[in-house]
Ligand binder design. Structure first.
Ligand SMILES: *Cc1c(COP(=O)(O)O)cnc(C)c1O
Length: 397
């Protein structure tokens, strides 16, 4: 057994050390200006993110949750309406649909990517369906062509939840640039994180961008005249200034994450464990669940499309919780994204779903585990992580 070393799931200090002077300068400028809400720093950030995402307009907002809410409000989606989404996501996606009074309609995920199974969406469309909200989970985009085709056929709005996928591409097209709206989060653990909460909606439609700006400011235009009801969804100048500084580094951080992912792939392949990738056909089983023992110990993430930005590197294992506890005891931080799919959350009990309704999401919730993938993970740390996984399955038994 190798010497214990510490590998946190995410280490923001490592990144901050490399950009501290730039961040401090940007924050000092905001403080000197004493303009804290919206203003030139937000406008600059909106233009930069829109350009980066190859989209015409950016509308900065208070979080990647509020951005989803703003899109739904801008489309007047509410009671009696249905929005199709994935049950295997962060809560905000489904939560926002319910918050506007609409009904989240779930479509199970494709186990190769953990993204919504695009081929199954059309069967979920009803006369009440107003929108589709695909999530680009872990930094890899959902299969957008069939999603857009169904949307076009049934005249539905597509809101891409790209909170984990800024800069990701599907066949060369950037996350957020394909649907009617793209929603980003600047939560600190996302690939482009602020020093607090923040988010942005991007859209190619000038009228939609304008409506979002009105929704963002209590529905008022001009000030104190309210044609619609909005909220306070504004982005702070300090957060915008920090995000703009960090955006210049994003591609190098993305490259480091991609290299880390390839390194895990290679180390797993060399580990002596039985490895399959999530796109393998026929679908790989997990060793611990198979009497014959011909399945894999670890299923690694398969990259489809053109650019996976690896917000997370998620493996699939069984028994997952025991491995997580073992890695924790060895100093390695991991996380379960997500332990309970949306259709089984207590708050959605009124939707009436039972265990077994979305089996792929339920299996993913049982078996997935995110390993440390942040840009500064060292070769030594990555080797140690894979050694510990190997020890768990082979040496410890
Ligand atoms: C992080 C995240 C959000 C919410 O973003 P916040 O900025 O934390 O509100 C929404 N959807 C997904 C898929 C996310 O990962």
């Amino acid at each position: 057994m190798s010497q214990k070393i510490n590998v946190p799931l995410l280490d923001l200090h490592a990144q901050y050390r490399t950009i501290k002077p730039e961040i401090e300068k940007a924050v000092a400028e905001v403080l000197a200006s004493q303009q804290f809400i919206l203003g030139p720093k937000v406008t600059e950030c909106e233009a930069a993110i829109a350009k980066y995402s190859n989209v015409a307009h950016g509308v900065g907002a208070s979080s990647g949750t509020d951005t989803l809410l703003m899109c739904l409000m801008a489309e007047n989606i509410g009671p009696g309406d249905e929005v199709i989404t994935t049950p295997y996501t962060f809560f905000a996606t489904a939560g926002c649909i319910s918050r506007v009074g609409a009904k989240p309609v779930f479509v199970d995920v494709n186990p190769a990517t953990y993204n919504i199974n695009a081929a199954a969406i059309e069967a979920a469309v009803t006369p009440r369906t107003k929108a589709i909200m695909p999530v680009h989970l872990y930094g890899q985009m959902a299969d957008m062509d069939p999603i857009m085709a169904v949307a076009q056929k049934h005249k539905l709005t597509v809101i891409e939840d790209a909170a984990q996928a800024i800069g990701a591409e599907d066949k060369g097209r950037r996350a957020g640039s394909i649907g009617h709206y793209g929603s980003f989060s600047f939560f600190p653990s996302k690939n482009l994180g602020a020093a607090g909460d923040g988010g942005m909606v991007v859209t190619n439609d000038a009228a939609r961008a304008e409506k979002l700006r009105v929704v963002r400011a209590h529905g008022s235009k001009p000030k104190y005249y309210h044609k619609i009801i909005g909220g306070n969804f504004r982005l702070d100048s300090i957060q915008a200034a920090i995000v703009t500084v960090k955006l210049a580094h994003l591609d190098s951080w993305t490259k480091a994450r991609q290299n880390n992912a390839r390194r895990y792939d290679r180390l797993f392949a060399e580990s002596g464990l039985k490895i399959a990738d999530s796109g393998a056909s026929p679908r790989p089983g997990l060793l611990a669940q198979r009497a014959g023992g011909d399945g894999a110990h670890v299923i690694t993430p398969k990259v489809f499309g053109s650019r996976h930005i690896f917000n997370q590197y998620v493996i699939r294992v069984a028994p997952r919780d025991a491995l997580k506890a073992y890695l924790d005891s060895r100093g390695i931080g991991t996380e379960i994204y997500y332990p309970v799919p949306m259709h089984l959350q207590e708050c959605f009990a009124s939707l009436g779903h039972r265990t077994g309704a979305f089996p792929e999401s339920e299996a993913a919730a049982r078996e997935t585990l995110a390993l440390p993938i942040y840009p500064e993970v060292s070769e030594e740390q990555a080797r140690y992580v894979v050694e510990c996984v190997r020890d768990f399955f082979l040496a410890a038994k």
